[in-house]
Design a protein around this ligand. Structure first.
Ligand SMILES: Cc1cc2nc3c(=O)[nH]c(=O)nc-3n(C[C@H](O)[C@H](O)[C@H](O)COP(=O)(O)OP(=O)(O)OC[C@H]3O[C@@H](n4cnc5c(N)ncnc54)[C@H](O)[C@@H]3O)c2cc1C
Length: 440
């Protein structure tokens, strides 16, 4: 017979752990099921960027206070501990094949006052999860590591999930099982979602270098791939990665070429040692508009297109557990009980960002190196300092929209290629969908 809880949480990432902590602190009888043996273990390349800070996004403005080791969520009114190493991040940069740079923010100015000007920090995700885990434990949550949930059964005002053959029953279940959520699939939540592409990433951790050019996350566009180089919390270490929407691409070969042979960029990595490598494959599905069905509430990456990010997964966990708490206290064990979460999701996530069309486009497939260099060279002044990905795309879009008359005048051939890309967008999307494997 299943043990009965107010709330069963599936997944012990930032969303699930935060939900567990809050539900436990609020006095709910709570279980957390996580398939990993060690809940707070992360692959090192799992990304420890915390951004954007000091800037509103999705209704929140994150803060970080190293003196008291806390990350603040002042709009939502809570904070989480972070007792680990960190490095300041000052924004995005985009580099062209020949080394031209578009900078978000003027680093020389910004670095004079890190407390005020940093727009993100690189942190250790394991340490972040450790803090949440300890708080959830202290709040009396029953935590079941090494428990892989494989089945879900819904009843009237309750849900039963099965992990490793053992049943757990909750008045509510929070599905915080991450991108390409199994619970979403089992509960047919994906049938109205649009399959966009299969994205494959390959990331190396490089150690023993100092890259003054990299002050946050930098994207390097070459004519053979789009790379990123990111600051991480450990001094002298960077993540170097490449991604594709063509799963057959030889990403390892591309990284080898970029790091060891690229005539412009390989000098960045001289003397560096590759200490770790990882691959990540995800199917990109459009976000879920109403992430709730039969008392299962989908939070964090499980309801989003791809990476909702660590801080926003935490906010989802916070909001969801508080909504479930009120539903239980008010005896409304149904959709009405958690309606405040759904409204918040709609207002702060789905409407502003969930409907933005994601374009699975690699510029180098359509423009040669010379054209990309020309376009990069047009942006002479630093753009707004940000580590908000939504703002990155909108700023690039508006900056180049203003430059279109110049491009038309100076380089009608490049303008024509840009127009061709816009006109061929349907085909580009179809190609990416066909190259993917949605039923994986
Ligand atoms: C390579 C990479 C780099 C990234 N870099 C950054 C970054 O720098 N900054 C940032 O903010 N974000 C980054 N992200 C995104 C960030 O990691 C996610 O948005 C965030 O972790 C989402 O949290 P979550 O709790 O919703 O899901 P997850 O963190 O994915 O947690 C889901 C948990 O559920 C567990 N689980 C899954 N299925 C089951 C099951 N059936 N039964 C039991 N347990 C299950 C998983 O083991 C996992 O622990 C990165 C992501 C990737 C892949």
């Amino acid at each position: 017979m299943a043990k009965k809880y107010d709330l069963v949480i599936v997944g012990g990432g930032p969303a699930g752990l935060m939900a567990a902590r809050v539900a436990g602190e609020n006095g709910l009888k709570t279980a957390l099921l996580e398939r990993r043996k060690t809940i707070t273990s992360t692959r090192r390349v799992d990304g420890g960027g915390l951004s954007p800070i000091n800037e509103y996004i999705c209704g929140e403005k994150l803060t970080f206070n190293p003196k008291v080791k806390r990350i603040g969520f002042p709009v939502n009114g809570f904070s989480v501990r972070y007792d680990g190493p960190y490095r300041d991040m000052y924004g995005f940069r985009i580099f062209s094949p020949s080394g031209k740079m578009i900078s978000f923010g003027d680093y020389e100015q910004l670095k004079k006052d890190p407390e005020k000007n940093r727009v993100g920090i690189a942190l250790n995700k394991g340490a972040l999860l450790q803090g949440l885990f300890k708080d959830a434990q202290a709040a009396g949550v029953e935590i079941f590591p090494d428990t892989n949930v494989t089945a879900v059964e819904t009843g009237e005002n309750s849900v039963k999930v099965t992990g490793n053959g053992k049943p757990f029953e909750g008045s509510f279940v929070i599905a915080a099982d991450g991108i390409n959520s199994r619970l979403a699939r089992l509960m047919s939540m994906n049938k109205d979602r649009k399959f966009i592409a299969t994205m494959v990433d390959r990331v190396w951790n490089m150690e023993g270098i100092d890259l003054p050019q990299i002050v946050g996350i930098s994207f390097v566009v070459t004519d053979y791939g789009n790379f990123f180089v990111s600051r991480v919390c450990r001094e002298g270490n960077y993540h170097v990665g490449v991604s594709t929407y063509h799963p057959g691409d030889d990403l390892e070969g591309k990284l080898n070429k970029f790091v060891y042979k690229d005539p412009v960029y390989s000098h960045w990595f001289k003397g560096a040692k590759k200490t770790e490598e990882h691959a990540c494959v995800v199917n990109l599905l459009s976000p879920i508009q109403e992430p709730f069905k039969d008392n299962v509430l989908f939070v964090g990456d499980s309801a989003w297109l791809m990476e909702i990010s660590n801080p926003f997964a935490i906010i989802c966990g916070w909001k969801a557990a508080n909504a479930v708490t009120l539903a239980v206290l008010d005896g409304k064990l149904n959709k009405e009980g958690i309606a405040s979460y759904l409204q918040w999701w709609e207002d702060k996530f789905y409407v502003p960002h969930g409907q933005v069309e994601f374009k699975p486009l690699h510029l180098h497939d359509y423009l040669d190196a010379e054209a990309i260099d020309y376009l990069a060279g047009l942006v002479k002044e630093p753009l707004i300092s940000t580590m908000n990905f939504y703002k990155l795309f909108s700023t690039i879009g508006s900056t180049y929209a203003e430059l279109f008359p110049v491009i038309q005048e100076e380089r009608p051939d490049v303008m024509k290629k840009l127009m061709d890309i816009a006109n061929e967008m349907d085909e580009i999307e179809t190609k990416a969908r066909k190259a993917g494997f949605p039923n994986r």
